[in-house]
Ligand binder design. Sequence first.
Ligand code: BG6
Length: 513
Amino acid sequence: METQGLHIETTPREGDPIVRAGQPDPCTIVLFGATGDLAQRKLFPALFELAREKLLPESFAVVAFSRSSHDNDAFRAQVKKGLEEFARTQPLDEATWKRFSSRLECIAGAYDDPASYQRLSAHLEDVSKRHGTQGNQLYYLATPASTFPKLIHGLAGAGLLPRQEQAGAKQWRRLVIEKPFGHDLETARELNRELATVLDEKQIFRIDHYLGKETVQNILVFRFANSIFEPLWNRDHIDHVEISALEKIDVEDRGQFYDETGVIRDIVQNHLLQVLALCAMEAPTSFGAEDIRDEKSKVFRALRSLEGPDVASHVVVGQYEGFRDTKGVAKDSRTPTFVAMKLNVDNWRWQGVPFYLRAGKSLSKRVTEVSIHFKTVPFCLFGTSDTCQRLQPNVLRLRIQPQEGIGLSIETKVPGEDVNLAGVNMDFSYAETFDKPVPEAYERLLLDCMRGNATLFARKDSVEQAWAYITPILQALDSGKGGEVQPYKPGSTGPTAARELLARDGRHWTVFP
Ligand code: BG6
Protein backbone atom coordinates (compact mmCIF):
# COMPACT_ATOMS: atom_id res chain seq x y z
CA MET A 1 0.00 0.00 0.00
CA GLU A 2 1.40 3.47 -0.98
CA THR A 3 0.28 6.56 0.96
CA GLN A 4 1.89 9.90 0.05
CA GLY A 5 5.19 8.30 -0.81
CA LEU A 6 5.19 6.19 2.35
CA HIS A 7 5.32 2.48 1.75
CA ILE A 8 3.12 0.69 4.28
CA GLU A 9 3.38 -3.08 4.47
CA THR A 10 0.24 -4.78 5.61
CA THR A 11 1.53 -8.34 5.59
CA PRO A 12 3.79 -9.82 8.30
CA ARG A 13 7.36 -8.67 7.76
CA GLU A 14 9.78 -11.43 8.42
CA GLY A 15 13.40 -10.48 8.39
CA ASP A 16 15.57 -8.59 10.78
CA PRO A 17 14.05 -8.57 14.27
CA ILE A 18 13.92 -5.22 16.02
CA VAL A 19 15.46 -6.64 19.16
CA ARG A 20 17.75 -9.58 18.55
CA ALA A 21 17.37 -12.26 21.15
CA GLY A 22 21.09 -13.09 21.20
CA GLN A 23 22.83 -16.44 21.42
CA PRO A 24 22.45 -18.45 24.61
CA ASP A 25 25.77 -19.11 26.36
CA PRO A 26 27.23 -22.60 26.69
CA CYS A 27 25.99 -23.93 30.02
CA THR A 28 24.93 -26.79 32.25
CA ILE A 29 21.42 -26.70 33.66
CA VAL A 30 21.37 -28.20 37.14
CA LEU A 31 17.81 -29.25 37.73
CA PHE A 32 16.24 -29.88 41.12
CA GLY A 33 12.85 -31.57 40.98
CA ALA A 34 13.57 -33.34 37.70
CA THR A 35 11.04 -36.09 38.36
CA GLY A 36 8.27 -33.66 39.32
CA ASP A 37 5.23 -32.53 37.41
CA LEU A 38 6.66 -29.24 36.20
CA ALA A 39 9.82 -30.84 34.81
CA GLN A 40 7.86 -33.57 33.04
CA ARG A 41 5.11 -31.37 31.63
CA LYS A 42 6.94 -28.14 30.88
CA LEU A 43 10.73 -28.05 31.35
CA PHE A 44 11.88 -31.14 29.45
CA PRO A 45 9.36 -30.55 26.64
CA ALA A 46 10.61 -26.96 26.33
CA LEU A 47 14.28 -28.03 26.27
CA PHE A 48 13.50 -30.77 23.78
CA GLU A 49 11.69 -28.34 21.46
CA LEU A 50 14.64 -25.94 21.67
CA ALA A 51 16.96 -28.84 20.82
CA ARG A 52 14.74 -29.77 17.87
CA GLU A 53 14.84 -26.23 16.57
CA LYS A 54 18.61 -26.09 17.17
CA LEU A 55 18.26 -23.14 19.51
CA LEU A 56 20.16 -24.62 22.43
CA PRO A 57 23.85 -23.76 22.75
CA GLU A 58 26.18 -26.21 21.04
CA SER A 59 27.84 -26.93 24.39
CA PHE A 60 25.03 -27.86 26.70
CA ALA A 61 24.14 -30.41 29.38
CA VAL A 62 21.44 -31.07 31.95
CA VAL A 63 22.33 -32.57 35.31
CA ALA A 64 19.39 -33.63 37.45
CA PHE A 65 20.07 -33.68 41.17
CA SER A 66 17.67 -36.23 42.52
CA ARG A 67 16.81 -37.57 45.96
CA SER A 68 15.81 -40.93 44.54
CA SER A 69 18.82 -42.60 43.01
CA HIS A 70 18.61 -43.30 39.32
CA ASP A 71 21.15 -44.41 36.82
CA ASN A 72 21.43 -42.31 33.67
CA ASP A 73 19.60 -44.83 31.51
CA ALA A 74 16.60 -45.07 33.84
CA PHE A 75 16.51 -41.28 34.12
CA ARG A 76 16.62 -40.82 30.34
CA ALA A 77 13.86 -43.42 29.87
CA GLN A 78 11.70 -41.50 32.33
CA VAL A 79 12.30 -38.19 30.52
CA LYS A 80 11.47 -39.82 27.19
CA LYS A 81 8.19 -41.18 28.57
CA GLY A 82 7.21 -37.65 29.66
CA LEU A 83 8.18 -36.23 26.26
CA GLU A 84 6.08 -38.79 24.45
CA GLU A 85 3.11 -37.37 26.32
CA PHE A 86 3.92 -33.69 26.61
CA ALA A 87 6.36 -32.60 23.86
CA ARG A 88 4.93 -29.89 21.61
CA THR A 89 5.83 -31.69 18.37
CA GLN A 90 4.71 -35.28 18.05
CA PRO A 91 5.81 -37.92 17.24
CA LEU A 92 9.18 -37.36 18.91
CA ASP A 93 11.96 -36.66 16.50
CA GLU A 94 14.33 -39.58 17.13
CA ALA A 95 17.45 -37.83 15.80
CA THR A 96 16.83 -34.93 18.21
CA TRP A 97 16.21 -37.33 21.06
CA LYS A 98 19.52 -39.08 20.35
CA ARG A 99 21.41 -35.78 20.51
CA PHE A 100 19.42 -34.46 23.45
CA SER A 101 19.52 -37.59 25.60
CA SER A 102 23.31 -37.77 25.35
CA ARG A 103 23.37 -34.47 27.27
CA LEU A 104 21.14 -35.70 30.14
CA GLU A 105 22.70 -37.01 33.31
CA CYS A 106 21.56 -37.46 36.88
CA ILE A 107 23.24 -37.55 40.23
CA ALA A 108 21.71 -38.72 43.50
CA GLY A 109 21.92 -36.66 46.66
CA ALA A 110 20.06 -35.30 49.67
CA TYR A 111 19.03 -31.66 49.88
CA ASP A 112 20.41 -31.20 53.41
CA ASP A 113 23.63 -33.16 53.05
CA PRO A 114 26.79 -31.05 52.48
CA ALA A 115 28.65 -34.09 51.10
CA SER A 116 26.01 -34.43 48.33
CA TYR A 117 26.75 -30.88 47.16
CA GLN A 118 30.48 -31.60 47.19
CA ARG A 119 29.85 -34.60 44.96
CA LEU A 120 27.66 -32.43 42.73
CA SER A 121 30.44 -29.87 42.50
CA ALA A 122 32.99 -32.47 41.37
CA HIS A 123 30.47 -33.91 38.91
CA LEU A 124 29.75 -30.49 37.41
CA GLU A 125 33.44 -29.85 36.85
CA ASP A 126 33.67 -33.11 35.01
CA VAL A 127 30.52 -32.33 32.93
CA SER A 128 31.91 -28.91 32.07
CA LYS A 129 35.06 -30.53 30.67
CA ARG A 130 33.22 -33.28 28.82
CA HIS A 131 30.56 -31.03 27.26
CA GLY A 132 32.57 -27.80 26.98
CA THR A 133 30.03 -25.79 29.02
CA GLN A 134 32.79 -23.46 30.29
CA GLY A 135 31.72 -23.64 33.93
CA ASN A 136 28.50 -21.69 33.32
CA GLN A 137 25.75 -23.12 35.50
CA LEU A 138 22.03 -22.47 35.65
CA TYR A 139 20.46 -23.88 38.80
CA TYR A 140 16.77 -24.48 38.34
CA LEU A 141 14.70 -25.02 41.49
CA ALA A 142 11.57 -26.80 40.26
CA THR A 143 10.87 -28.02 43.79
CA PRO A 144 8.36 -27.07 46.53
CA ALA A 145 9.02 -23.64 48.02
CA SER A 146 9.85 -25.18 51.41
CA THR A 147 13.06 -26.66 49.90
CA PHE A 148 14.43 -23.35 48.56
CA PRO A 149 16.44 -22.24 51.65
CA LYS A 150 18.05 -25.70 52.02
CA LEU A 151 19.01 -25.80 48.35
CA ILE A 152 20.35 -22.25 48.22
CA HIS A 153 22.53 -22.75 51.28
CA GLY A 154 23.59 -26.22 50.20
CA LEU A 155 24.80 -24.90 46.85
CA ALA A 156 26.44 -21.84 48.38
CA GLY A 157 28.12 -23.97 51.05
CA ALA A 158 29.82 -26.04 48.36
CA GLY A 159 31.03 -22.89 46.60
CA LEU A 160 28.67 -23.48 43.68
CA LEU A 161 26.98 -20.07 43.85
CA PRO A 162 29.72 -17.43 43.89
CA ARG A 163 28.53 -13.86 43.53
CA GLN A 164 28.80 -12.52 40.02
CA GLU A 165 30.80 -9.54 41.21
CA GLN A 166 33.54 -11.77 42.65
CA ALA A 167 36.83 -10.66 41.14
CA GLY A 168 38.12 -12.72 38.26
CA ALA A 169 34.90 -14.71 37.81
CA LYS A 170 34.72 -15.54 34.12
CA GLN A 171 31.90 -18.02 34.41
CA TRP A 172 28.39 -17.20 35.36
CA ARG A 173 26.13 -18.83 37.94
CA ARG A 174 22.41 -18.11 37.86
CA LEU A 175 19.49 -19.33 39.89
CA VAL A 176 16.01 -19.86 38.53
CA ILE A 177 13.31 -19.99 41.12
CA GLU A 178 9.75 -21.13 40.49
CA LYS A 179 6.61 -19.74 42.00
CA PRO A 180 5.11 -19.66 44.56
CA PHE A 181 7.69 -17.11 45.62
CA GLY A 182 6.76 -17.04 49.32
CA HIS A 183 3.37 -17.53 50.91
CA ASP A 184 2.73 -13.92 51.90
CA LEU A 185 4.65 -10.66 52.20
CA GLU A 186 6.71 -11.74 55.17
CA THR A 187 7.82 -15.08 53.72
CA ALA A 188 8.57 -13.49 50.33
CA ARG A 189 10.75 -10.89 52.06
CA GLU A 190 12.47 -13.61 54.03
CA LEU A 191 13.19 -15.57 50.85
CA ASN A 192 14.52 -12.44 49.14
CA ARG A 193 16.78 -11.82 52.14
CA GLU A 194 18.06 -15.42 52.01
CA LEU A 195 18.79 -15.08 48.31
CA ALA A 196 20.56 -11.77 48.83
CA THR A 197 22.93 -13.32 51.39
CA VAL A 198 24.27 -15.51 48.59
CA LEU A 199 23.60 -13.90 45.21
CA ASP A 200 23.36 -10.57 43.43
CA GLU A 201 19.91 -9.63 42.14
CA LYS A 202 21.05 -9.99 38.53
CA GLN A 203 21.84 -13.67 39.12
CA ILE A 204 18.28 -14.41 40.28
CA PHE A 205 15.56 -15.30 37.75
CA ARG A 206 12.11 -15.49 39.37
CA ILE A 207 9.93 -17.27 36.84
CA ASP A 208 6.40 -16.20 36.12
CA HIS A 209 5.61 -18.25 33.05
CA TYR A 210 2.83 -15.85 31.96
CA LEU A 211 5.52 -13.33 31.09
CA GLY A 212 7.00 -15.80 28.63
CA LYS A 213 3.75 -16.22 26.75
CA GLU A 214 4.01 -14.74 23.27
CA THR A 215 0.64 -13.03 23.64
CA VAL A 216 1.61 -11.45 26.96
CA GLN A 217 4.86 -10.14 25.49
CA ASN A 218 2.79 -8.74 22.66
CA ILE A 219 0.93 -6.43 25.06
CA LEU A 220 3.96 -4.14 25.14
CA VAL A 221 4.52 -4.32 21.40
CA PHE A 222 0.86 -3.66 20.74
CA ARG A 223 0.83 -0.67 23.06
CA PHE A 224 4.14 0.88 22.08
CA ALA A 225 4.57 -0.03 18.41
CA ASN A 226 1.19 1.39 17.37
CA SER A 227 0.60 5.08 17.74
CA ILE A 228 -3.19 5.01 17.55
CA PHE A 229 -3.96 3.30 20.85
CA GLU A 230 -1.69 5.16 23.26
CA PRO A 231 -3.61 8.48 23.13
CA LEU A 232 -6.76 6.54 24.07
CA TRP A 233 -5.11 4.42 26.74
CA ASN A 234 -6.28 6.33 29.80
CA ARG A 235 -9.19 7.43 31.98
CA ASP A 236 -10.52 9.83 29.34
CA HIS A 237 -11.38 7.02 26.93
CA ILE A 238 -11.34 3.76 28.84
CA ASP A 239 -14.31 2.81 30.99
CA HIS A 240 -12.89 -0.31 32.59
CA VAL A 241 -10.50 -3.21 32.04
CA GLU A 242 -11.24 -6.90 32.52
CA ILE A 243 -8.55 -9.56 32.94
CA SER A 244 -9.73 -13.16 33.13
CA ALA A 245 -7.80 -16.42 33.47
CA LEU A 246 -10.43 -19.11 33.47
CA GLU A 247 -9.54 -22.78 33.43
CA LYS A 248 -11.53 -25.84 32.58
CA ILE A 249 -9.25 -28.19 34.47
CA ASP A 250 -9.70 -28.72 38.19
CA VAL A 251 -6.80 -29.05 40.62
CA GLU A 252 -6.08 -32.54 39.24
CA ASP A 253 -3.58 -34.34 41.46
CA ARG A 254 -2.26 -31.16 43.09
CA GLY A 255 -4.82 -31.22 45.92
CA GLN A 256 -2.44 -30.66 48.81
CA PHE A 257 -0.45 -27.92 47.09
CA TYR A 258 -3.60 -26.18 45.97
CA ASP A 259 -5.33 -26.40 49.35
CA GLU A 260 -2.34 -24.58 50.88
CA THR A 261 -2.14 -22.10 48.02
CA GLY A 262 -5.57 -21.22 46.61
CA VAL A 263 -6.32 -19.27 43.48
CA ILE A 264 -5.20 -15.87 44.77
CA ARG A 265 -1.66 -17.05 45.49
CA ASP A 266 -1.59 -19.40 42.50
CA ILE A 267 -2.73 -17.00 39.78
CA VAL A 268 -3.54 -13.47 40.98
CA GLN A 269 -0.45 -12.51 43.02
CA ASN A 270 1.81 -13.37 40.10
CA HIS A 271 0.28 -13.99 36.66
CA LEU A 272 -2.67 -11.59 36.73
CA LEU A 273 -0.92 -8.74 38.50
CA GLN A 274 1.94 -9.02 36.01
CA VAL A 275 -0.50 -8.82 33.10
CA LEU A 276 -2.26 -5.90 34.76
CA ALA A 277 1.08 -4.11 35.14
CA LEU A 278 1.87 -4.54 31.44
CA CYS A 279 -1.52 -3.09 30.52
CA ALA A 280 -1.38 -0.20 32.98
CA MET A 281 2.29 0.86 32.95
CA GLU A 282 3.67 4.03 31.40
CA ALA A 283 5.93 3.83 28.34
CA PRO A 284 9.37 2.69 29.52
CA THR A 285 12.44 4.71 28.59
CA SER A 286 13.75 1.74 26.62
CA PHE A 287 12.92 -1.90 25.94
CA GLY A 288 15.65 -2.87 28.43
CA ALA A 289 14.92 -5.11 31.43
CA GLU A 290 15.34 -2.49 34.14
CA ASP A 291 13.36 0.24 32.37
CA ILE A 292 10.40 -2.09 31.85
CA ARG A 293 10.61 -3.47 35.37
CA ASP A 294 10.81 0.06 36.82
CA GLU A 295 7.54 1.01 35.14
CA LYS A 296 5.79 -2.16 36.26
CA SER A 297 6.90 -1.53 39.80
CA LYS A 298 5.25 1.92 39.74
CA VAL A 299 1.93 0.28 38.86
CA PHE A 300 2.19 -2.09 41.81
CA ARG A 301 2.92 0.86 44.08
CA ALA A 302 -0.19 2.63 42.77
CA LEU A 303 -2.61 -0.23 43.55
CA ARG A 304 -5.17 1.04 46.05
CA SER A 305 -4.93 -1.24 49.07
CA LEU A 306 -7.90 -3.36 50.02
CA GLU A 307 -8.21 -4.21 53.68
CA GLY A 308 -10.74 -5.38 56.25
CA PRO A 309 -14.38 -4.75 55.29
CA ASP A 310 -13.45 -3.33 51.85
CA VAL A 311 -12.40 -6.83 50.87
CA ALA A 312 -15.97 -8.14 51.14
CA SER A 313 -17.26 -5.45 48.79
CA HIS A 314 -14.44 -5.81 46.24
CA VAL A 315 -13.62 -9.52 46.25
CA VAL A 316 -15.75 -12.61 45.58
CA VAL A 317 -14.27 -16.02 46.31
CA GLY A 318 -15.69 -19.38 45.31
CA GLN A 319 -14.94 -23.07 45.60
CA TYR A 320 -16.14 -25.71 43.16
CA GLU A 321 -18.26 -28.51 44.57
CA GLY A 322 -16.20 -31.64 44.99
CA PHE A 323 -12.93 -29.80 45.70
CA ARG A 324 -13.02 -31.03 49.31
CA ASP A 325 -13.15 -34.64 48.13
CA THR A 326 -9.83 -34.26 46.28
CA LYS A 327 -6.91 -36.21 47.73
CA GLY A 328 -4.84 -33.94 49.95
CA VAL A 329 -7.62 -31.37 50.51
CA ALA A 330 -9.06 -30.83 54.01
CA LYS A 331 -12.69 -31.89 54.39
CA ASP A 332 -13.59 -28.44 55.74
CA SER A 333 -11.29 -26.50 53.39
CA ARG A 334 -12.21 -22.84 52.75
CA THR A 335 -9.52 -22.45 50.10
CA PRO A 336 -10.88 -20.55 47.10
CA THR A 337 -10.61 -22.10 43.66
CA PHE A 338 -12.25 -19.03 42.09
CA VAL A 339 -11.86 -15.30 42.62
CA ALA A 340 -13.32 -12.16 41.07
CA MET A 341 -12.11 -8.79 42.25
CA LYS A 342 -12.20 -5.09 41.56
CA LEU A 343 -8.94 -3.15 41.75
CA ASN A 344 -8.10 0.52 41.40
CA VAL A 345 -4.84 2.01 40.21
CA ASP A 346 -4.34 5.34 41.90
CA ASN A 347 -2.47 7.50 39.43
CA TRP A 348 -3.31 10.16 36.84
CA ARG A 349 -3.77 7.76 33.97
CA TRP A 350 -6.16 5.36 35.67
CA GLN A 351 -8.04 7.32 38.30
CA GLY A 352 -11.67 6.12 38.29
CA VAL A 353 -11.07 3.22 35.87
CA PRO A 354 -11.75 -0.10 37.62
CA PHE A 355 -9.72 -3.20 36.74
CA TYR A 356 -11.78 -6.36 37.21
CA LEU A 357 -9.76 -9.55 37.64
CA ARG A 358 -11.10 -13.07 37.62
CA ALA A 359 -9.51 -16.52 37.83
CA GLY A 360 -10.80 -19.96 38.57
CA LYS A 361 -10.65 -23.68 38.05
CA SER A 362 -13.23 -26.24 36.95
CA LEU A 363 -15.15 -23.75 34.82
CA SER A 364 -17.01 -24.36 31.59
CA LYS A 365 -14.16 -23.37 29.28
CA ARG A 366 -10.53 -22.27 29.17
CA VAL A 367 -10.09 -18.60 28.32
CA THR A 368 -7.40 -16.15 29.28
CA GLU A 369 -7.89 -12.66 27.97
CA VAL A 370 -7.66 -8.96 28.66
CA SER A 371 -10.50 -6.76 27.46
CA ILE A 372 -10.25 -3.01 27.33
CA HIS A 373 -13.69 -1.43 27.37
CA PHE A 374 -13.82 2.03 25.83
CA LYS A 375 -16.36 4.65 26.82
CA THR A 376 -19.72 5.00 25.11
CA VAL A 377 -20.23 7.76 22.54
CA PRO A 378 -21.09 11.08 24.28
CA PHE A 379 -24.34 11.50 22.34
CA CYS A 380 -26.39 9.10 20.23
CA LEU A 381 -27.34 10.39 16.79
CA PHE A 382 -29.32 7.42 15.61
CA GLY A 383 -32.93 8.28 16.34
CA THR A 384 -34.92 5.72 18.22
CA SER A 385 -34.04 4.96 21.77
CA ASP A 386 -34.05 1.29 20.83
CA THR A 387 -31.20 1.78 18.33
CA CYS A 388 -29.33 3.95 20.78
CA GLN A 389 -29.67 1.36 23.50
CA ARG A 390 -28.18 -1.27 21.24
CA LEU A 391 -25.13 0.87 20.57
CA GLN A 392 -22.21 -0.91 22.21
CA PRO A 393 -18.97 0.69 23.33
CA ASN A 394 -15.83 -0.53 21.55
CA VAL A 395 -14.03 -3.40 23.22
CA LEU A 396 -10.47 -4.38 22.49
CA ARG A 397 -9.83 -8.00 23.35
CA LEU A 398 -6.31 -9.30 23.78
CA ARG A 399 -6.74 -13.06 23.59
CA ILE A 400 -3.90 -14.63 25.51
CA GLN A 401 -5.15 -18.20 25.04
CA PRO A 402 -6.63 -20.10 23.27
CA GLN A 403 -7.20 -18.69 19.75
CA GLU A 404 -4.37 -16.26 20.41
CA GLY A 405 -4.99 -12.91 18.80
CA ILE A 406 -6.54 -9.48 19.13
CA GLY A 407 -10.09 -8.37 18.32
CA LEU A 408 -11.66 -4.94 18.23
CA SER A 409 -15.43 -4.65 18.24
CA ILE A 410 -16.91 -1.78 16.25
CA GLU A 411 -20.42 -0.68 15.42
CA THR A 412 -21.51 -0.75 11.76
CA LYS A 413 -24.56 -0.02 9.69
CA VAL A 414 -26.47 -3.08 8.60
CA PRO A 415 -26.88 -2.76 4.79
CA GLY A 416 -30.37 -1.58 3.82
CA GLU A 417 -32.75 1.38 3.73
CA ASP A 418 -33.08 1.74 7.50
CA VAL A 419 -30.44 2.86 9.91
CA ASN A 420 -29.80 -0.29 11.75
CA LEU A 421 -26.65 -0.97 13.74
CA ALA A 422 -24.72 -4.15 14.38
CA GLY A 423 -21.57 -4.88 16.33
CA VAL A 424 -18.83 -6.48 14.23
CA ASN A 425 -15.31 -7.54 15.00
CA MET A 426 -11.95 -6.70 13.42
CA ASP A 427 -9.75 -9.62 14.17
CA PHE A 428 -6.11 -10.65 14.13
CA SER A 429 -5.36 -14.31 14.73
CA TYR A 430 -1.81 -15.57 15.27
CA ALA A 431 -2.62 -18.92 13.71
CA GLU A 432 -4.02 -17.40 10.51
CA THR A 433 -1.48 -14.61 10.13
CA PHE A 434 1.80 -16.31 10.96
CA ASP A 435 2.75 -19.55 9.41
CA LYS A 436 4.36 -20.91 12.56
CA PRO A 437 3.19 -22.17 15.94
CA VAL A 438 3.26 -19.92 18.99
CA PRO A 439 6.16 -21.17 21.15
CA GLU A 440 5.58 -22.35 24.72
CA ALA A 441 6.40 -19.82 27.43
CA TYR A 442 9.08 -22.00 28.99
CA GLU A 443 11.01 -22.24 25.73
CA ARG A 444 11.51 -18.49 25.65
CA LEU A 445 12.16 -18.19 29.38
CA LEU A 446 14.77 -20.95 29.48
CA LEU A 447 16.65 -19.36 26.60
CA ASP A 448 16.49 -15.96 28.31
CA CYS A 449 18.06 -17.43 31.46
CA MET A 450 20.89 -18.82 29.32
CA ARG A 451 21.30 -15.39 27.71
CA GLY A 452 21.15 -13.53 31.03
CA ASN A 453 18.18 -11.44 29.89
CA ALA A 454 15.95 -10.75 32.90
CA THR A 455 13.27 -8.66 31.15
CA LEU A 456 10.60 -11.34 31.44
CA PHE A 457 11.33 -12.22 35.06
CA ALA A 458 9.93 -10.71 38.24
CA ARG A 459 12.24 -8.40 40.15
CA LYS A 460 12.58 -8.46 43.95
CA ASP A 461 10.72 -5.19 44.51
CA SER A 462 7.72 -6.04 42.33
CA VAL A 463 7.31 -9.47 43.92
CA GLU A 464 7.20 -7.82 47.34
CA GLN A 465 4.87 -5.05 46.12
CA ALA A 466 2.47 -7.62 44.68
CA TRP A 467 2.51 -9.47 48.01
CA ALA A 468 2.03 -6.20 49.90
CA TYR A 469 -1.19 -5.72 47.94
CA ILE A 470 -2.40 -9.33 48.21
CA THR A 471 -1.52 -10.17 51.82
CA PRO A 472 -4.17 -7.96 53.56
CA ILE A 473 -6.79 -9.44 51.22
CA LEU A 474 -5.76 -12.97 52.19
CA GLN A 475 -5.79 -12.00 55.86
CA ALA A 476 -9.31 -10.54 55.61
CA LEU A 477 -10.52 -13.69 53.84
CA ASP A 478 -8.84 -15.98 56.38
CA SER A 479 -10.39 -14.10 59.29
CA GLY A 480 -13.86 -14.35 57.72
CA LYS A 481 -14.12 -10.54 57.30
CA GLY A 482 -13.62 -10.79 53.56
CA GLY A 483 -16.86 -12.59 52.82
CA GLU A 484 -17.96 -16.20 52.51
CA VAL A 485 -16.56 -18.71 50.04
CA GLN A 486 -19.35 -19.28 47.49
CA PRO A 487 -19.88 -22.79 46.15
CA TYR A 488 -20.19 -23.31 42.39
CA LYS A 489 -20.85 -26.25 40.14
CA PRO A 490 -17.90 -27.79 38.32
CA GLY A 491 -18.12 -26.92 34.63
CA SER A 492 -20.17 -23.78 35.34
CA THR A 493 -19.29 -20.10 34.91
CA GLY A 494 -18.49 -19.66 38.62
CA PRO A 495 -20.50 -18.21 41.49
CA THR A 496 -23.30 -15.76 40.69
CA ALA A 497 -21.82 -13.30 43.18
CA ALA A 498 -19.05 -12.66 40.62
CA ARG A 499 -21.65 -11.40 38.18
CA GLU A 500 -23.21 -9.22 40.87
CA LEU A 501 -19.84 -7.61 41.58
CA LEU A 502 -19.95 -6.02 38.12
CA ALA A 503 -23.72 -5.63 37.97
CA ARG A 504 -23.47 -3.31 41.00
CA ASP A 505 -21.36 -1.01 38.79
CA GLY A 506 -23.78 -1.37 35.86
CA ARG A 507 -21.37 -3.65 33.96
CA HIS A 508 -21.03 -7.28 32.98
CA TRP A 509 -18.13 -9.60 32.23
CA THR A 510 -17.15 -10.03 28.58
CA VAL A 511 -16.24 -13.68 29.03
CA PHE A 512 -19.09 -15.55 30.78
CA PRO A 513 -21.32 -12.43 30.92
C1 BG6 B 1 0.26 -22.26 37.03
C2 BG6 B 1 -0.68 -22.64 38.13
O1 BG6 B 1 1.15 -21.25 37.46
O2 BG6 B 1 -0.48 -21.76 35.93
C3 BG6 B 1 -1.69 -23.66 37.66
O3 BG6 B 1 0.05 -23.16 39.24
C4 BG6 B 1 -2.39 -23.18 36.41
O4 BG6 B 1 -2.66 -23.93 38.67
C5 BG6 B 1 -1.38 -22.72 35.38
O5 BG6 B 1 -3.18 -24.25 35.90
C6 BG6 B 1 -2.06 -22.06 34.21
O6 BG6 B 1 -1.12 -21.85 33.21
P1 BG6 B 1 -1.55 -21.76 31.69
O7 BG6 B 1 -0.26 -21.48 30.99
O8 BG6 B 1 -2.17 -23.06 31.33
O9 BG6 B 1 -2.52 -20.63 31.64
